[in-house]
Design a protein around this ligand. Structure first.
Ligand code: SAH
Length: 229
């Protein structure tokens, strides 16, 4: 386990007031079917209220997406937990991981409890700087953030053992797949209807004999967009 996990609640003003609501959130995740103790631990450690707007802090541990501004949302806790659990299934760890769509940095923080090497890219500059501030406040300074179009992946840090997209797309990017290490896994919300309304969690795994694809729960994510702003 990462030592950062132990130090978090010791930091001034963070964690103490919300530990009980966070424990309830973890209980709810368990009831919803999240089983991996590593994931439940990480979800219990990261104070989600630090990542949401102060006006919404009282809803920080509700199991819903919340607005971040810029027409973006902080992901629903269940979906964060579920996608990470899928990446970890049958594995020792996440290895070197790339997140596309840092938003406010919440999921990157959860990932950083589970692995030492977390890279995350975000296309909206003010959101990225908010993620940077939030992560710095929690002293999670090892996470590498970049203002970039995630459609390009992060070639300078590739290959990755795991890639997680926080925005939905109709197609699986060949560019991202090319940045997966052998045995690597990519998880994303895949759009399955013309309107974009129907999406499922989609896992694609690189094996010696080819690609293995698996579909999981229905989800609803903001779209993966092109370019930066
Ligand atoms: N990971 C966040 C979720 C943020 S919502 C969390 O923990 O809550 C998804 C994010 O993906 C948005 O911030 C959006 O700006 C970003 N995004 C969408 N398309 C992108 C792209 N091509 N490259 C990088 N980020 C992208």
């Amino acid at each position: 386990m990462d030592s950062a996990a132990f130090n978090l609640s010791a930091q001034a003003g963070i964690g103490m007031t919300s530990q009980r609501t966070r424990t309830r959130m973890v209980e709810r995740l368990r009831e919803q079917g999240v089983k991996d103790p590593r994931v439940l631990h990480a979800m219990g450690v990261i104070p989600r209220h630090v990542f949401v707007e102060p006006a919404l802090a009282n809803r920080a541990y509700d199991d819903t997406a919340l607005p971040l501004g810029f027409a973006q949302t902080i992901s629903q806790p269940y979906v964060v937990a579920r996608m990470i659990e899928i990446l970890l299934q049958g594995r020792d760890g996440l290895g070197k991981t790339l997140e596309i769509g840092a938003g406010c940095g919440y999921q990157a923080a959860v990932l950083s409890i589970l692995t030492k090497q977390v890279f995350s890219v975000e296309r909206i500059a003010p959101l990225l700087s908010r993620a940077r501030d939030n992560l710095r406040q929690l002293k999670l300074t090892r996470i590498r953030l970049k203002h970039a179009d995630g459609n390009l992946g992060l070639p300078e840090a590739a290959p990755f053992d795991t890639v997680i997209l926080a925005a939905s797309s109709k197609t699986v990017s060949q560019t991202l797949l090319a940045q997966l290490a052998p045995g690597g896994r990519l998880v994303m919300p895949l759009v399955t209807s013309a309107s974009g309304a129907e999406q499922v969690i989609f896992l694609i795994e690189r094996t010696e004999s080819g690609w293995i694809e698996t579909r999981f729960d229905a989800v609803r994510f903001v779209p993966l967009l092109a370019g930066v702003e």
